[in-house]
Design a protein around this ligand. Structure first.
Ligand code: AMP
Length: 326
């Protein structure tokens, strides 16, 4: 059935002269890779079409991939808008998207609030880039895939799957990634961009390790308050990255980073887990995402502690039923 949707998407792409591609706010490697990857393929394949990537947000750590396009509002009414990797409309990083003639949604998040005229959602996929790889390679006789396009798409597959280790990675994921490698990706440079860190980031990490808290049942969490952000001179993005430092503690099957957002005066929550799902917990706290990687928002420290207590109860129940896990 999805073969028909993919064919319908290609038909739509071929029928439009102007295509605008957008992604979610706070873009990650998958959001940037999927949009830039598809845009590059379409530009190379259809040089006469106008293909734009519009994103009103920016992530510093992906700046090596370059910036995006600006599109006049007047262009939208005759354009096709493709939105990738964005589960809900409130996360679309393009305030004009609704002005487009038609909207296509391509996504791998759990579909809580559907939108779009043509929808291709496969929430079992490890990344949206995996879907873009499947799409482009599936039509490789008609679409031109350059080394540059393959690199964007591969980047999203690598980052969103935790270097091919998260739930959702299948033989098909690796077959698609392997096929992309054959297009000549410079992975040494790519991985250098992904791994090299400033020394100040390592100093922050050392602070994080000293200040992680662990609940009775093993939930690991840290609160990066406004003061900590000031002390370390952190951007919101750098502060949010601490979630990665909580991920390998034995017995802590749920880990959570709370980051105070000084502009919005609310606390961003990043939730992660192994073996058990935390998506329902994220939904309870105004968020959502995937089974084992989700986001939420809390509006006070009290609410933060309620979320921690709920997470602790969830983990306690899981451990009672399944015994201690790694
Ligand atoms: P993050 O911690 O922001 O990387 O989010 C993890 C996953 O949950 C990503 O796939 C996000 O797209 C999704 N997500 C994050 N925040 C929200 C939210 N408030 N509502 C729905 N999904 C979210």
């Amino acid at each position: 059935m999805n073969e028909q949707i993919k064919q319908a998407i290609l038909d739509k792409i071929e029928s439009y002269d102007t295509i605008i591609i957008s992604r979610h706010i706070r873009p990650d490697g998958d959001a940037v890779g999927s949009t830039k990857g598809l845009a590059t393929v379409l530009r190379d394949t259809y040089p006469a079409k106008r293909i734009y990537v519009v994103d009103e947000d920016f992530s510093d750590y992906l700046s090596f991939l370059g910036g995006e396009d600006t599109v006049e509002e007047a262009v939208y009414p005759t354009a096709l808008q493709i939105i990738i990797d964005t589960g809900t409309e409130n996360r679309i990083s393009n305030s004009n998207y609704k002005k487009a003639k038609e909207i296509i949604k391509i996504d791998h998040h759990i579909d809580i609030k559907p939108y779009g005229d043509l929808v291709w959602v496969e929430d079992f996929r490890s990344s949206a880039c995996e879907m873009i790889a499947d799409f482009c390679l599936g039509f490789k006789d008609r679409l031109k895939i350059s080394a540059e396009a393959a690199t964007y798409i591969y980047l999203g597959m690598v980052t969103d799957s935790g270097r091919f280790r998260f739930e959702g990675v299948t033989g098909e994921t690796l077959r698609l990634a392997g096929a992309l490698l054959d297009y000549g990706i410079d992975y040494e440079t790519l991985f250098a961009h992904l791994y090299i860190e400033d020394f100040s980031t390592l100093k922050l990490r050392s602070f994080v390790f000293d200040n992680i808290k662990i609940t009775k049942n093993g939930v690991a969490y840290i609160y990066i308050s406004e003061q900590i952000q000031k002390d370390f001179g952190l951007t919101l993005e750098a502060a949010s990255n601490v979630i990665g430092d909580l991920s390998t503690i034995r017995g802590s099957l749920i880990w959570v980073a709370f980051i105070y957002n000084t502009t919005k005066k609310e606390i961003r929550v990043r939730l992660r887990s192994r073996f058990l799902g935390i998506n329902d917990l994220a939904i309870k706290y105004h968020g959502g995402g995937h089974n084992m990687a989700a986001g939420a928002t809390v509006y006070s420290e009290d609410e933060m502690y309620r979320l921690i207590a709920d997470a602790d109860e969830l983990l306690g129940a899981y451990k009672s039923a399944h015994g201690d896990k790694i």
